[in-house]
Design a protein around this ligand. Sequence first.
Ligand SMILES: Nc1nc2c(c(=O)[nH]1)N[C@H]1C(S)=C(S)[C@@H](COP(=O)(O)O)O[C@H]1N2
Ligand SMILES: [Mo]
Length: 518
Amino acid sequence: MRDLIHRSPRLLADALTGLAAAAAAVGAGELVAAYTGPTGAPVTAVGSAAIDLTPTPLKEYAVRSFGTEDKTVLLLGIYLTMAALAALAGLLAARRPVLGAGVMLAFGGLGAWAALSRSTATAVDALPSVVAALVGAGTLLVLARARLRTRAADGPPPPGPSRRTVLAATGATLLVGAGAGLGGRALADRRYDVSAARRAVRLPAPAVPAPPLPAGAGENLPGLSAFRTANQDFYRVDTALTLPRIDPRDWSLRVHGLVDRPLLLSFEDLLRRPLTELDYTLSCVSNEVGGPYVGTARWLGAPLADLLRQAGVRSGADQLVGRSKDGMTIGTPLDAVLDGRSALLAVAMNGEPLPVAHGFPCRSLVPGFYGYTSATKWLVDLEVTTFAAYDPYWVRRGWDRTGAVKTASRIEVPAPFARVPAGSVTVAGTAWATHRGIAAVELRVDGGPWQPARLAADAGPDLWRQWTYTWAGATPGTHHLEVRATDGTGAVQPEARTPPFPAGAAGWHSTVVTVLAN
Ligand SMILES: Nc1nc2c(c(=O)[nH]1)N[C@H]1C(S)=C(S)[C@@H](COP(=O)(O)O)O[C@H]1N2
Ligand SMILES: [Mo]
């Protein structure tokens, strides 16, 4: 023990050597990636590969526990793991500098492999990690050897820099590496910025405007979700560790596969088509019963069916696969796209060009389907194919290949575990069964009889519906509220709970509220 305490400053300094080398490596990698493309940055590449390789249950757990913050948590985990391994490499290098350097090379190799493993990768994506490996190995070799040389046992101090100088150089390397990393990120953000290009987009007026929302489609009740979700409040679910940044001038959409006339459209071509406006509620298959991954926006886009008819769909085709700039693939039943529903190639969301996080410059939307089978963001390619011929990204991971939205209802007011005064209590929430519509919502208290809720005006089957219920005579104590909806086909939401995997959550939402004695 005494010995360890005695040696610990030295061990710390050894570990610091490893951290400094890793910082220099990552910093160099970020700087190179600012020129070769941000998806190749070593940590981003490893993180993206981790997302693609994560088994479905773990991914579900991450989305459930961390929500939209899941990527921050992942990156934090990668940085901490890397720091721990780098510290170990430093300790190793204190005895065998070449071995420590070998660990750094292996790190870089992992980054290069990860960068190349992505379906959209090109050879230059490996460059940041290769440079990082060389910088990391070289730095560790130099620092560790310099430290070894200061360590002559007894007698006169060895020639060369003092121990303190080497330590200072190590600290400086750490800071310079971290600075290069942040600088590289900032540079990449500037070089790949599309906000000016996004602001420059002139959205045409819709050829087919959305019908006006009926008065009273949206209740204005504190605690109840707004009928229209603001862009900054709209949920975000995707696998992109760095957002694809696409300049519309560089964008094109290929339509191919089982078609008579393959098409290639520029963004201008797309905007020249007659555009349709659509009020639509988009939801995620990963949403738990009562969960937040649902939102409603006014979208503007080119009708997808017209485009496919122009291309001439061949008989036998039954799946439409969208491919994104970042390699995501999403498959939709073709008959649904062509059956007259308002399937769109959307370019705008709530009156502005699509936000980058929501797919700028173009995404697909097919009413009635969860996002993972219909709503490809950063869309660049549409392939008409068959279900037999191709399994898209999520289907390969075991998710249902159809992805029709299940009927869902949610109690939002009172909030879970709220404490409310006795007497008359307003209960309110939302319900959706996109493309089938909501015909009824019922509420029951403490397992009693189901009571009809009052539905807000019907804005159409592609939209959610708000509802309210006046709970008269709420008595002091703890109470259990349950909700269920009936969709436009007359099907009542089943009681049995199923988890989101593999086809979307089902079951009744419930909350517990405490009624206070007045
Ligand atoms: N390119 C790409 N598109 C994607 C995804 C993705 O991971 N990558 N996720 C899908 C899923 S699962 C959903 S629920 C919706 C979410 O869209 P939003 O983030 O705009 O709400 O996008 C879909 N489109
Ligand atoms: Mo989703």
